[in-house]
Design a protein around this ligand. Structure first.
Ligand SMILES: Cc1ncc(COP(=O)(O)O)c(C=O)c1O
Length: 389
């Protein structure tokens, strides 16, 4: 068995790291411990760096296309990890999931159209809708005994109002819910009933902890397959956010054509060389590394939950079914957004996200990224205690 090292602290300064080197701009302080933006402080699988190094040895970095072998690696990954059979021809490539969402909004809606989301949710969902001149309609998630649940009445009301596209996030960021098969089917059935397409952002789908399992909504049957646009990427799973690569799986040929037509208009269909090489190597060789990572991340989540239960019992920890982002309910402190920032960012020098950034329902919560060596995690937890001392 290969052993993987997630404990070593790797210096990330002087690599133009957003997470580590933009803390002053984001938090207003220099020596903030960054537990915010969703990348990890671990090396990716060895084979990924090796594949990229090998490619660089050639030195000529001319125009590149995505070879069939990359599509085959994606196909094999989805089959093995998520029991989903796809055809390589269904894949459109994109330089990330955020640009893929923007492309989908342009392809499947008109200016002024309504786009449904369920807040609190990954904040660029709001921006992409609004910057494209579409209108956000929100079915805010309900908090039921420490976990988010879908508010079906709200969903149906928004769909009745004419939402054309639903932006789903599975697993959900923030909040860490892994939507069940029943929930996904009910959601997709409602979307189908009201003629709304289902975009499923599944960037966190490989980061799910037993007993939960990820179900790609498009894998639930032909009806669901033909109304969904599924976005996946190796970038969260394998810590490769800088290679800017995603795969958008659109089985329905008409929808796929519309998506690719917008890409053609904007000239955004090509990936960069390292995106292609990194994506293929990760999906081809990353399975064992990922299994070890998931064990480490789960231990971090449990460690943090225990620490908070013992030392900060006022904070309620939402169960993290998936993702490496913990969603902490700090509402009992009764602090306004600025006071929360003051305590966490200024007093404790802890760089966590303030929940209101994720839209209605996020107020009074914080999001903490625990994908780091345990030593950094413990430092972060001590700072959290200091913030509320
Ligand atoms: C739900 C979700 N979608 C998309 C992204 C970013 O995707 P990309 O870097 O491929 O644009 C993130 C990053 O945190 C995310 O959490």
């Amino acid at each position: 068995m290969v052993l993987f090292d997630f404990d070593t602290v790797i210096e990330r300064k002087n690599t133009a790291s957003v997470k580590w080197e933009q803390v002053k701009q984001v938090f207003g302080e220099e020596d903030v411990l960054p537990m915010w933006v969703a990348d990890m402080d671990f090396n990716p699988p060895y084979e990924v760096a090796e594949a990229i190094k090998k490619r660089v040895e050639h030195e000529i970095l001319g125009y590149a296309f995505v070879p069939d072998s990359t599509a085959e690696a994606i196909q094999a990954w989805l089959k093995k990890r998520h029991n989903w059979d796809i055809h390589p021809a269904w894949i459109a490539y994109c330089t990330g999931i955020v640009p893929a969402i923007s492309t989908a909004i342009q392809a499947f809606t008109e200016p002024g159209d309504k786009v449904l989301l369920m807040s609190p949710v990954y904040h660029p969902f709001f921006h992409m809708v609004e910057k494209n001149g579409r209108v956000v309609v929100n079915a805010q998630l309900k908090l039921v005994e420490n976990r988010f649940e879908i508010d079906w009445e709200q969903v149906e009301a928004r769909l009745k109002e004419g939402a054309k596209l639903f932006l789903g996030c599975n697993p959900h960021n923030p909040g860490g819910r892994v939507w069940t098969k029943d929930e996904l089917m009910k959601m997709a059935d409602l979307c189908a009933q009201y003629n709304c397409l289902f975009l499923s952002d599944e960037i966190h789908s490989d980061l799910v902890y037993p007993p939960h399992t990820h179900v790609p909504v498009a894998s639930l049957g032909d009806k669901y397959r033909d109304m969904t646009i599924t976005c996946i990427a190796p970038t969260k799973t394998f810590n490769l956010a800088g290679i800017k690569a995603s795969a958008v799986i659109i089985p329905n040929p008409e929808l796929r054509k519309k998506f690719k037509d917008v890409q053609a208009v904007n000239g955004t269909s090509a990936l960069n060389t390292f995106g292609i090489v990194g994506m293929e190597a990760a999906y081809r060789h990353g399975s064992e590394w990922l299994d070890a990572l998931l064990v480490y991340l789960k231990e971090n989540i449990d460690t943090a939950a225990r620490f908070i239960a013992e030392r900060l019992p006022e904070i309620r920890v939402m169960e993290t079914e998936g993702t490496y982002l913990m969603w902490l309910d700090c509402r009992t402190y009764g602090l306004e957004e600025e006071a929360l920032k003051d305590r966490l960012w200024k007093k404790a020098k802890l760089g966590v996200e303030i929940g209101s950034k994720f839209g209605p329902g996020g107020e009074g919560f914080i999001r903490m990224n625990i994908a780091c060596p345990r030593k950094i995690l413990m430092e972060g937890l001590n700072r959290l205690e200091k913030a509320f001392a």
